[in-house]
Design a binder for this molecule. Structure first.
Ligand code: NDP
Length: 338
């Protein structure tokens, strides 16, 4: 199948995203916070969470399924806990507004937690935690969404794709940051395969008849599976408990019940834990991590998670961004009032 693409710069993608979001009802602050994560995803070659997501954001905004004027409220809940009520807005602004207090608490106490409730998280998770590692913290992040994924052994969706991210600072280098769904694949990857007419590998999901399938369209109507059988199922469950039950946000099942048919998750939760390793009375943290990475990388075939993104990060500002033409035209039409 011939695929036509449009070549543009990262900054053009940022401006287009802001324009489309504002035309759909977001205020500038919310639109720019989302466009920053779209910009980062395109820069790092994470196409399933770049401009590909913008029509979904816009659809949710136009249908008032998310609040485009949300002004997230930061609550100093306890010495080690920052809480943010995202006011049913898009997660990037809530994260941006809550992060400084999390860093300050983690640095003063050694560990702190940020809990965000009532947020719609459609994005990749690594941009949430990378700034924490840039500030010298080890960080992890857990997010729930709408129910798309069965428990291990089941055929009924109970969990979101429930991603998690981890970040570790490195001396003189970008931090090691990785993120992954607790489903066998991110939903965005299945959506891309359905759009492009590809099959997906076995083991990602079941069709509406409860049978295993490699047809992405059938999985989108059926149910996704956790990665790694019961081990991934247990992780999905725990992400749900941390992101939704601890923060007081909607569980993925509650999010599904409230779904209006527009956009992605809403009123879901997000739990970020940040640790200052320098507070553990061990001044060799960075050195020990580097020694461990060196041992791993000495084995041929091993790479650090996140390295693919860092390679793209160097190349994209030179090479620019290539966007599927139908997608690009759709976002332009939204920006122009379509
Ligand atoms: P992938 O399986 O594509 O990648 C998971 C991680 O593994 C990445 O950090 C990747 O690094 C790393 N990795 C991949 N191959 C290797 C390898 N050979 N050796 C070492 N590390 C490797 O991620 P998913 O499909 O699970 O998720 C894709 C995206 O979707 C994520 O950004 C996630 O945050 C997002 N997501 C968001 C959701 C939401 O509700 N907002 C829900 C679910 C997922 P690298 O990037 O360098 O390849």
């Amino acid at each position: 199948m011939t695929q036509f693409t449009v070549h543009s710069t990262l900054d053009a993608i940022f401006d287009l995203t802001v324009g489309a979001l504002m035309a759909s009802g977001a205020n500038r602050e919310n639109a720019e916070a989302v466009a920053e994560v779209v910009w980062k995803a395109e820069r790092d070659g994470c196409l399933s969470h770049g401009i590909f997501r913008v029509p979904g954001y816009c659809d949710a905004l136009k249908a008032n399924a998310v609040n485009g004027s949300a002004a997230p409220k930061v609550i100093d809940q306890a010495p080690g806990i920052v809480r943010v009520d995202a006011e049913n807005g898009l997660a990037p602004l809530a994260m941006k507004i809550g992060r400084p207090a999390l860093i300050e608490k983690a640095k003063s106490q050694g560990i702190a937690t940020l809990g965000i409730a009532n947020s719609a998280h459609f994005a990749a998770l690594w941009p949430d935690v990378e700034p924490l590692a840039d500030a010298g913290l080890v960080a992890m992040n857990f997010v729930n969404s709408r129910a798309f994924v069965a428990a291990a052994g089941g055929k009924r969706a109970v969990f979101g794709t429930n991603p998690m991210a981890f970040a570790v600072p490195r001396p003189g280098k970008p931090p090691m940051v990785f993120d992954q769904a607790s489903s066998a694949s991110a939903r965005g990857e299945i959506m891309l395969a359905a759009r492009d007419g590809h099959t997906v590998p076995e083991g990602l999901g079941l069709g509406p008849d409860g049978q295993p399938t490699t047809d992405p369209a059938a999985i989108l109507k059926g149910v996704q599976l956790p990665f790694g059988g019961y081990k991934g199922g247990a992780i999905a469950m725990m992400v749900e408990i941390l992101a939704a039950c601890v923060t007081g946000a909607d569980t993925s099942l509650e999010g599904e019940a409230a779904y209006t048919g527009h956009g992605g998750p809403s009123a879901a939760g997000n739990l970020v834990i940040a640790i200052d390793p320098s507070k553990f009375g061990n001044d060799r943290f960075l050195e020990r991590v580097e020694t461990m990475f060196e041992s791993m990388l000495a084995d041929e075939g091993v790479r650090l998670p996140g390295d693919r993104r860092l390679v793209n990060r160097k190349q994209t500002p030179e090479s620019g961004v290539h966007t599927d033409k139908a997608l690009y035209d759709k976002v332009v039409a939204i920006r122009d009032g379509g």
